[in-house]
Design a protein around this ligand. Structure first.
Ligand SMILES: NC(=O)c1ccc[n+]([C@@H]2O[C@H](COP(=O)([O-])OP(=O)(O)OC[C@H]3O[C@@H](n4cnc5c(N)ncnc54)[C@H](OP(=O)(O)O)[C@@H]3O)[C@@H](O)[C@H]2O)c1
Length: 221
């Protein structure tokens, strides 16, 4: 079996996706900034029978992200599935008129350079396998820009274009790129946005390989 690398894996969606793909036999690399949190999540997953390892990287640090994915592939085997889903920082979400060009450096590093770095690192392995899946997870501002959350809205738009271009370019190579939009908050117990429900959706996107953009729930008008 092959590996899913979850970039930005925490106790919510990241853990649920790790369990879902782990249940299907994938090894799981959980990547986040804090080594102790990544290791603790991997240990909880191991208690549930998932073969998981924690790796530390800040997605805004290309060298660290590349090294973490390299280490994950060496420890667990080739990455067949890459999920990019770090939780955006609150300071990326300022009103548009309070947002300077300099304020966009963080969001762009986080939402565009991060996934571009990660994809560049795993793509040769996916080509070697002859298959792969790249899953992008975003909030509703990726499709409906929010004037109070300018940094994420602008950076998610760039990420969405990059992801769509990957979808269009890699489809013929057996590598499927897809995006899941989660409008509103991830809410345990909610029929659409419970982490387990979202993890089922992401598993299904990986399996069915059908289309680029998917919605966990309708986007509010
Ligand atoms: N939570 C929501 O209500 C909500 C709503 C809509 C969409 N989403 C989407 O869902 C995904 C997140 O799911 P979740 O909220 O349940 O989070 P989660 O999987 O519980 O945790 C995400 C993890 O991202 C890591 N992270 C944050 N900044 C990072 C960075 N610079 N580099 C590396 N890792 C970083 C954090 O760990 P460290 O602190 O250890 O780095 C955090 O634990 C994201 O794609 C987000 O856009 C979430």
């Amino acid at each position: 079996m092959t590996t899913i690398a979850i970039i930005g894996a925490g106790p919510g969606l990241g853990a649920a996706v790790a369990r879902r793909f782990g249940r299907e036999g994938h090894d799981v690399a959980v990547i986040s900034r804090a080594r102790d949190r990544a290791d603790a999540l991997a240990a909880r997953l191991a208690d549930d029978g998932v073969h998981a390892r924690g790796f530390a990287a800040d997605v805004r640090d290309p060298e660290a992200l590349t090294a973490a994915l390299d280490a994950a592939g060496a420890a667990l085997g080739p990455v067949e599935v890459l999920q990019y889903s770090p939780l955006p920082h609150k300071d990326f979400m300022k009103p548009v008129l309070d947002t300077t060009a300099a304020d966009l450096v963080g969001p762009i590093e986080f939402s565009l350079y991060g996934p571009m770095t990660a994809v560049a690192q795993v793509l040769p392995g996916m080509r070697g396998l002859g298959r792969g899946t790249v899953l992008f997870v975003n909030g509703g501002s990726a499709v409906r820009p929010h004037p109070e959350r300018a940094g994420t809205s602008i950076a998610f738009a760039a990420e969405s274009v990059y992801a769509q271009l990957l979808h269009d370019t890699l489809a013929g190579d057996g590598i499927h790129a897809a995006q899941l939009i989660i409008p509103g908050a991830i809410t345990p117990g909610d029929p659409h946005t419970d982490p387990g429900v979202l993890a089922d959706t992401l598993w299904s996107l990986h399996r069915t390989r059908d289309g680029f953009r998917h919605y966990a729930a309708p986007v509010a008008p």
